[in-house]
Design a protein around this ligand. Structure first.
Ligand SMILES: NC(=O)c1ccc[n+]([C@@H]2O[C@H](COP(=O)([O-])OP(=O)(O)OC[C@H]3O[C@@H](n4cnc5c(N)ncnc54)[C@H](O)[C@@H]3O)[C@@H](O)[C@H]2O)c1
Length: 368
């Protein structure tokens, strides 16, 4: 399949996303072609990335001095201890600003690695090789990095753009189905916030995309990256427009926190539940038009995607969910900032919900 390239241009940075098959064996050439030189590199590799991929990366970088750190990717490991471990390796090996950190893994590995790269000696080169669908369509683009704390998700972090994103679709072949669904959550989000035509394409082909039909999955990844590109180029630091990328996420982060970031609900599944809640709330507030409400809810139901919070939570969880929602970075004056949807492709990011009002709504959702 033809390799595709998207250039992300923010105020101070410009970097390519390269999307295609069998890119790993060309890694060194790709780095050279993009003038990415370094003396040594730290490869932070998700432990579950199969050895065959690691062998390809190692043999492609055989001329370079490399150190490998295997990362156990779970939300509970996206923490300050693991960050510290990475910084210690960089210090022990005497890395400097001409060196490079390469993340090979999903959003968790990428977020922690990117954050380490951003603060080590005030910033070393960072290359992201996303290996999950979610990180290929979302987490690897746009420069958000960070870690979780007991107070909530991603509360410590930075904006730090990578020098290159290498999206090899072959990684998806070993990804569990559940993780493909998680990635689909962010693809769907991108269509809902920006592009009805893309939503209709997904509605028609979702089953084949979830089964990794090569042409359709590449198109879905490419389209998704283009939507994210458009948004982060306008508003890199999330002052306004970029907030729309949080559609469904204020609910999602609270759902994950309430379940203690356990495997009961992966990030992408929480996003699907969050999208579903945001859609119901938008309709409840008479913001979302009925025709699109029906289209979206039918889409979620027909694919059997997580869409009912009552399957995960009970009444006793509501206060915890609201506690996490109140910790969100975007809130103001004790009101919770939500991105809501008016019709497919059109959102509003300036809605502030009263806590009691949300509580009533969520209790009602649990009964439906
Ligand atoms: N920075 C951003 O802009 C941004 C955007 C969206 C999400 N995120 C973050 O991304 C994280 C979720 O990312 P994720 O869904 O990629 O999770 P993840 O990194 O945990 O990966 C999911 C699972 O897949 C495994 N895995 C990874 N690659 C594999 C492969 N090729 N084959 C087999 N198994 C593989 C991992 O070990 C893990 O068990 C969350 O922490 C979320 O907050 C960040």
């Amino acid at each position: 399949m033809k390799t595709a390239k998207i250039i992300i241009k923010t105020k101070n940075h410009k970097y390519p996303i390269i999307i295609g098959n069998n890119l790993l064996k060309r890694l060194l050439n790709i780095l050279k072609n993009h003038s990415l030189n370094f003396n040594q590199c730290l490869l932070i590799i998700d432990k579950k990335v199969p050895k065959k991929f690691i062998r390809k990366i190692k043999s492609s970088l055989y001329k370079k001095k490399t150190t490998i750190y295997l990362f156990d990717s779970k939300e509970t490991n996206k923490n300050i201890k693991k960050l510290n471990k990475i910084l210690e390796i960089l210090l022990q090996k005497n890395f400097n600003r001409n060196d490079c950190l390469i993340s090979i893994g999903g959003g968790i590995t990428g977020d922690v690695s990117g954050f380490a790269a951003s603060i080590f000696k005030r910033g070393i080169k960072f290359i992201n090789v996303p290996t999950t669908l979610l990180s290929q369509v979302d987490a690897s683009i746009g420069g958000k990095t960070g870690i979780n704390t007991k107070f909530g998700k991603n509360l410590i972090g930075s904006f730090y753009q990578p020098s290159l994103v290498l999206t090899d679709i072959d990684f998806l072949k070993t990804l569990p189905k559940r993780e493909i669904v998680c990635g689909y959550a962010e693809i769907l989000k991108h269509s809902l916030i920006q592009d009805k035509k893309f939503f209709l394409f997904l509605d028609k082909h979702a089953k084949k995309i979830l089964n990794l039909n090569n042409l359709l999955i590449q198109k879905a990844i490419y389209k998704s990256c283009l939507i994210k590109k458009k948004i982060v180029e306008i508003d890199e630091n999330e002052k306004n427009l970029r907030k729309v990328l949080n559609f469904g996420h204020t609910f999602a982060h609270a759902y994950e926190g309430t379940l203690k970031f356990s495997k009961k609900l992966n990030h992408g599944e929480a996003v699907l539940l969050g999208i579903s809640t945001a859609i119901n709330f938008s309709f409840n507030k008479k913001l979302l038009i009925e025709k699109d409400y029906i289209l979206i809810t039918n889409h979620l139901k027909s694919l059997n995607l997580p869409n009912k919070i009552k399957n995960y939570f009970m009444k006793k969880d509501i206060n915890k969910i609201l506690y996490f929602m109140q910790k969100d970075k975007k809130n103001k004056n004790n009101k919770i900032n939500l991105v809501l949807i008016k019709k497919i492709g059109y959102t509003t990011y300036n809605y502030y919900a009263e806590i009691n009002n949300l509580k009533k709504f969520l209790l009602n959702e649990l009964n439906n």
